[in-house]
Ligand binder design. Structure first.
Ligand SMILES: *Cc1c(COP(=O)(O)O)cnc(C)c1O
Length: 425
């Protein structure tokens, strides 16, 4: 068979793009080489519908060992009693949680998308908003979760499930307070930790497992694994709503969730990706990863400080995590313009609505910036100032092609200090 040069050349081009640019998209990271290697291997050829020891196809004895290792390592990371490593993505993991907990038309409460929530937390464009009755809470004028509003809505509407977690929220969560509110109406608390999972894994942020019934995450953001999703329970529980399996038996929540992933929302699992997940979970259990988590926090703090010293308005005036949200209205810029111009200088980040934004989600008043990827590249606190000064120069000279060219060259030079996958030549 002839090698598909067209596609491999494009993959090579993408490697060069990643090497030469500054990656500040808060949801991105760079996996280790061994995580990537595992994804290009033979388990991709194997059908393994079902779970280890209970498959619908023969020849699963080896992938059973791989998936079992992934599950055991993940349980160790978060001190859990049950985990499912099959969801193909974070959205798939959340779809399965909905299917396990909710009947169509039932109510749930999640953070508003325009205040930092995720599409799968009840956007009208998403299955979660189309299939269920989505209610939302927001943040206060100061940019902190409005726990009072969350309580008022919970008591008035009695949702079956409350989702905590976000894609663009820089502060830690008061999971205990949310659980106390949920208990007043018997709601299930579901924490979607897709963004901060790596910082929770290293004990640097509050532990959602102490208070939340169900936890989901992606594996490719701060966890630095392959693209994928996971669902976990610290304590299994008998579902309190009498939810039954297809045979009419009352099932434990772990069993309802397993059924909701397969056959509920997925077919055959991606065992090559599960192998890569297992490798990344092994990496997370190492001391190196603890140091990585600490460096993320130090870098984010330094970057936030540097932006604020230049008069940028950070939502909630700072960050507890790996990301920050900047309102550009006092700089007379839109998120769209900032993203597009920084892109030309090979600084990649995303436009983002800020709380109480007066612009459309396509334009937005803000940008979201995260440091997990540059921290993986090896950046330390002193490099944050360099990057902020480059970003500031572009934004303050937004229509000056000269500045953009100069900064693009500086970015390329700067990134040479932080080699990416040198083994790939
Ligand atoms: C990224 C994210 C997801 C979805 O993950 P995908 O893998 O892109 O489907 C779900 N929830 C939150 C809060 C996220 O930030």
């Amino acid at each position: 068979m002839q090698k598909d040069i067209l596609i491999f050349n494009l993959i090579r081009k993408e490697l060069d793009r990643q090497r030469n640019g500054i990656e500040l998209i808060a949801s991105e990271n760079f996996t280790s080489l061994q995580v990537m290697e595992a994804m290009g291997t033979v388990p991709t050829n194997k059908y393994a519908e079902g779970y280890p020891g209970k498959r619908y196809y023969g020849g699963c004895e080896v992938v059973d060992e791989i998936e079992t290792l992934a599950i055991e390592r993940l349980k160790k990371i978060f001190n859990c009693s049950w985990a499912n490593v099959q969801p193909h993505s974070g959205a798939q993991a959340n779809g399965a949680v909905f299917l396990a907990v909710m009947k169509p038309g039932e109510k749930f409460l999640g953070l508003d998308l325009s205040m930092g929530g995720h599409l799968t937390h009840g956007s009208p464009a998403n299955f979660s908003g189309k299939t269920y009755q989505a209610l939302h809470y927001g943040v206060t004028q100061e940019g902190i979760i409005d726990y009072e509003q969350l309580e008022v809505k919970t008591l008035a509407e009695k949702p079956k499930m409350i989702i905590c977690g976000a894609s663009a929220y820089s502060r830690d969560w008061d999971y205990k307070r949310i659980r106390t509110i949920a208990d007043e109406v018997g709601a299930v608390v579901f924490a979607d930790i897709a963004h901060p999972a790596g910082l929770i894994a290293t004990g640097l942020l509050n532990d959602p497992f102490e208070h939340c019934h169900i936890v989901s995450s992606t594996t490719h953001k701060t966890l630095r694994g392959p693209r994928g999703g996971i669902i976990m329970l610290r304590h299994d529980f008998e579902n309190p709503w009498g939810l039954k399996d297809p045979k009419g038996n009352l099932r434990m929540m772990s069993s309802l969730l397993d059924l909701a992933v397969f056959p509920g929302t997925q077919g055959g699992p991606l065992e090559h990706v599960i192998a890569a997940k297992a490798i990344s979970f092994g990496e997370i259990l190492s001391d190196d990863f603890k140091a990585y988590g600490k460096q993320i926090i130090n870098n984010a703090q330094a970057m936030a400080k540097s932006f604020m010293s230049r008069g940028y308005h950070l939502i909630s005036k700072g960050t507890d995590s790996h990301l920050m949200l900047i309102d550009l209205r006092n700089k007379n810029l839109t998120g769209k313009k900032a993203q597009e111009t920084l892109d030309k200088a090979h600084i990649t980040l995303n436009k983002n609505s800020v709380p109480f934004d007066d612009k459309s989600p396509f334009v937005t008043s803000g940008i979201r910036i995260g440091v997990p990827a540059v921290t993986t590249r090896g950046m330390k606190v002193e490099h944050m100032e360099t990057m902020v000064s480059m970003i500031d120069r572009v934004l303050m000279n937004i229509d000056d092609e000269n500045t953009i060219d100069l900064v693009r060259n500086e970015v390329k030079e700067f990134m040479k200090q932080f080699p990416l996958y040198p083994e790939l030549g």
